[in-house]
Design a protein around this ligand. Structure first.
Ligand SMILES: Cc1cc2nc3c(=O)[nH]c(=O)nc-3n(C[C@H](O)[C@H](O)[C@H](O)COP(=O)(O)O)c2cc1C
Length: 228
């Protein structure tokens, strides 16, 4: 009998509040890339959901629950965590807020990463192999200031946690110097040069969208690992 072929499924998680701006557009392109490989895709806006971060109940770490990777907290994130159990890939996006991911993405990560982490030197995750992961960050600062601002530390720290979940693919995409307002003349923001921002929007941002598409395609074509 031939081996059953599982459908590749890629979920997109928008950690930003705006549904049609930079982060969401990059996520949509990534999902288009994943769909181009035949994967099923779904975009979820985390700001639509009512949930909190980890409550430190440690239910996921009890001996009877060990290896299950399930969160005892039941709220509107529960169905997303369930979906992720069955995904071959996930692309998560966030604008940078105060040098970090948004609170919405952070609360999601506390739940998703912690249920899958094990306090075990030999096996750092309950997942033999997690889904392929893409992280997309969009931010105001230009790429040249990332280290000065210390954002590289954040990006390395996220990468480090995800590496413990054994994703077959892990990629990060930075979209810098983004266009933030629909009409710069309405806002008090003298530190931003609108003409420069528009130029970046018209030249760099389309390249970022292309990179997101290509990343999505690589994640889309990644199937379940042997251990899944
Ligand atoms: C509350 C808030 C805090 C922000 N903090 C930062 C920051 O620390 N560094 C940065 O580069 N951009 C910051 N930004 C700008 C956004 O990260 C940037 O405009 C991003 O591309 C917005 O994504 P969106 O268009 O998907 O909403 C901040 C924006 C807001 C609303």
């Amino acid at each position: 009998m031939s081996e059953q072929i599982k459908t590749r499924k890629v979920i997109g998680l928008n950690g930003g509040p705006r549904k049609n701006w930079n982060t969401a557009s990059l996520l949509e392109e990534a999902l288009k890339g994943a769909a181009s490989t035949g994967a099923e895709t779904k975009l979820i806006h985390l700001y639509d959901l009512d949930y909190k971060g980890c409550r430190s109940c440690f239910s996921c770490k009890t001996k009877e629950n060990y290896l299950k990777g399930r969160c005892a907290l039941k709220d509107e994130l529960s169905s997303v965590l369930e979906l992720l159990e069955d995904c071959t890939g996930a692309v998560m996006g966030s604008p940078i807020y105060l040098s970090d991911v948004t609170g919405a993405l952070r609360s999601f990560l506390e739940r998703y990463i912690f249920i899958n982490l094990a306090y075990d030197f030999d096996a750092p995750s309950v997942l033999k192999r997690g889904p392929a992961i893409g992280l997309i960050y969009s931010m105001n600062v230009p790429e040249t200031l990332i280290e000065t601002m210390g954002y590289d530390v954040l990006f390395r720290s996220q990468a480090n946690f995800f590496s413990r979940l054994n994703p077959p693919v892990f990629e990060q995409l930075l979209s810098c110097d983004t266009y933030q307002f629909s009409d710069y003349s309405r806002y008090h923001a003298p530190m931003f040069d609108e003409a420069h921002k528009r130029a970046v929007k018209e030249t760099q941002f389309p390249q970022d969208l292309k990179l997101a598409y290509e990343m999505g395609a690589r994640i889309g074509q990644t199937g379940f690992g042997d251990g899944k």
